[in-house]
Design a protein around this ligand. Structure first.
Ligand code: ZN
Length: 274
């Protein structure tokens, strides 16, 4: 059976200490949490950084550099840097795309606009063209985040136009308010539209975390977990670390019988050059 790549999404941009007392905020906390997730079995870490004054996500290149340099020195992790900024705050394109200059192996690429909670997360066609162009030039592979079918169709169109290169890698984000729900039927509908040769992973937001991890497990995909997506280890039990969330899926993957990919094995599976 094909190896499973586990991605740990360390902190995101929105969940604050009042809701999640253990969520990493400072660069030091983010680095420490990523190290623990790596030791627990993650091959990829998805990184946001936070503004220490507000606690919210920010696209501060200096902070990204601090985290990236430490993780490159101490681990063989694949780094996936966010270009979302704070979904719904719609930061200027240059700010959102600045982490690409650090040449991570992956960067998030949100393939369309969507209402999230009370705001609209804008990824209009001009921004997508700009993001795809900058990533291609920097040799950074887009991790194509799909919240609904229109985003997948958009990515396929951009692939046909030569803006996104093979092999495509998709990240299905199911269960956010108010995107596609984290249900098997909803996921299968998206999965039916995957192009041949693509790799893919699932994210289940909140209580969708285990159902979507299981769908990926049985259908040959990869799995993202972490405090950006879900802060509960179990019903009513908050995760204290990202490593606990990784360990939770490691146990399920091992019981099922798929091997877990190391970072170098994940590079081969994703067609990364390094
Ligand atoms: Zn993110």
């Amino acid at each position: 059976m094909e190896k499973v790549i586990i991605t740990a999404a360390i902190t995101g941009s929105r969940i604050m200490r009042d809701a999640a007392p253990h969520i990493p905020i400072t660069p030091e906390e983010i680095i420490q949490s990523a190290l623990e997730a790596w030791r627990a079995g993650a091959a990829i870490v998805h990184i946001h950084v936070r503004d220490p004054k507000t606690g919210l996500g920010c696209q501060d290149l200096h902070r990204f550099r601090q985290v990236v340099e430490a993780l490159r020195k101490e681990t063989d992790l694949i780094l996936s840097l966010t270009t979302s900024g704070i979904p719904g705050r719609n930061l200027p394109a240059e700010e959102r795309l600045c982490p690409v200059t650090l040449k991570p192996e992956l960067a998030s690429f949100d393939a369309g606009s969507i209402n999230l909670g009370g705001a609209v997360f804008i990824n209009d066609p001009a921004f997508l063209d700009q993001a795809a162009g900058i990533m291609k030039q920097a040799g950074v592979k887009p991790e194509i985040e799909i919240f609904d079918l229109g985003m997948l169709i958009t990515a396929l169109r951009m692939h046909d136009e030569g803006k996104l290169d093979d092999p495509l890698h998709f990240q299905f984000v199911l269960g956010p308010p108010w995107g596609a729900p984290a249900t098997p039927k909803s996921f299968l509908h998206l999965h039916d539209h995957l192009p041949p040769g693509a790799t893919w992973s699932t994210i289940g937001i909140g209580r969708g975390f285990l159902p979507m991890a299981m769908m990926a497990l049985i259908m040959g995909g990869h799995i993202r977990v972490g405090m950006e997506d879900n802060i509960y280890l179990d019903k009513g039990v908050m995760a204290k670390t990202n490593a606990e969330l990784v360990e939770r899926v490691v146990r399920i993957i091992e019981a099922y019988g798929r091997p877990i990919a190391s970072p170098s094995e994940a590079r081969l599976l994703l067609g990364l050059k390094k």
